[in-house]
Ligand binder design. Sequence first.
Ligand SMILES: [Zn+2]
Length: 569
Amino acid sequence: MSQIKPLIDHLISDTMLEDSNSVRGEINAVAWARVSTDMQEDRGLSLPQQLKEIREYASNEGIHIVEEYSEAASAYQKYDKRIKFHEMLKRAKSDTNVNAILVHDLSRFSRDSLRAKELMRELRSAGIRVISLNDPELDPDSVAGTYLEAILLAKNEAYSKDIAFHTKKGCRANVQTYDPETGWAYWNGGQPIWGYSIKRFKRGNDRSGKPIYKSIVVPDDTVVEGKTVSEWAKYCLVELAAKGASLDELRDFCNEHNIPARRGDYWHTSTWHSLLQPHALLKYCGYGVWNVHKRNGKKRPVADWVIVENAQEPLISEEIARAITDSRKEKRLLHSFDRGYSKSKDSPYLLSGGLFTCGRCTSNMQGLKKKGYGYYVCGSQPYRKGMGCGTAVYVPQDWLEDLVIDGLQELLKLSAASKSFVSRINSDIEAIWLSGTGCDTRVEEKLKQVESEITNIRNALLKGLDDITWANKKLSQLNHDKKQLESMLDVSGNPPLIDQDIAASYLTDLHHVMDKGENKAKKKFLRSRVRDIKLAPDRLQVEVTYNVPGPLVKSSIAGGGFEPPTSGL
Ligand SMILES: [Zn+2]
């Protein structure tokens, strides 16, 4: 026993030594500095000062700086016009030696928190860390970490918006991207349904130069017994199943014609049972269908399925699928092929009406029944056939609504119950608020000064001052200053801190409304607690932004004019 410990220690310290000397442990960074050319925002350090601090930090931490980049630009400059910034990003991504970007603080990285987060995540997945001298590095996978990361970045927008919680969730099926050359959807693994096979091809290279392979699903053209497998599938579906053949008859036909079954053995009744299931028939009609089964093999509710149009070449028409379903007498799923089906009388879509928008074209996302199930789809789709936007992404209604409500509940629960979470976040919010607004604690002082000057002049006038022209001029100037200071006070006044009691009451309201409320009340409640929801159609992600569960900040900052919900909505 006493022998093994030194050995372990030895091995471990050896590995660690090795690591720190190897490429993996070394940090090679590009340094990034930015100043704003906007007068009102110019509260940061100068470029040389930022770079000096970055160099000092790097030398203390043993980080090697590969190259320094800097830019003086307006914060309102268009993203793609930030030439130096893109040069820096390009270098970081293409130079395999670079594994970090060093910044003085995150607001130098990007003032737009949404973009910054996307970018940081993108960089992280490419193996590049963004290291800030003045912001803690967070574990992005923890709940608190997600919120903290969001908050820390939100400061850069503090001039126009207040601090809010962002969360981001993928729409699960990242296969909803279409191959630009063939037009079919990418396949994300597993075995395709019988009658199809997988075609793999090269689509560009990754940053280390390795080729990237993508797959699509194509009709299986392997020839058996004089026909291709896809032709056999077509025949079985169109000529047999749609004309009323039973599962046993289909099984016997395949076995008699020596058509190889998927797993190489005989065809079973159960094989045909599963091939004629609605999700399978949808696939034969050319739809991509994902998220059908849970891990335990049980089926999810249909509303949870992710369905994509034109995912692969159809083998059968929808009429055939309908005929098969009819003959199978699976009435419960019959309506999934009835395009006109709609029972929406009183908009059952909790997030419609402007809360949920398309990140590609900014249209409102609309509730839409498709094949009997509820989806949110970009408003460009039903009205303009997607003109001005692009390929439709159907976001399952139940999935999104659950996500938004669960996220809100999680946030409120944490805020209402965890003192440490609240105090940690509140102190962060305060710090962010101060640095983000460049909060001038002297604003109040200056305002008092201006006010007393105004009073003095008024008093002087009352006491018979006769230079009215001077007094008027001076007064109008002072009033102008006063207004400006007051507007600054608006921003720097109150950070929107989390209030535990308010969070608790919102939580009660949430449960009450969701359990008992009508759709109208539910919609109203969600509108008051959720700032906005954005779909990023190309990344298949939704970004949900919640209001901080605290006393509402002045509406000029919150940008909303949301009314605080009261109990018993
Ligand atoms: Zn759109």
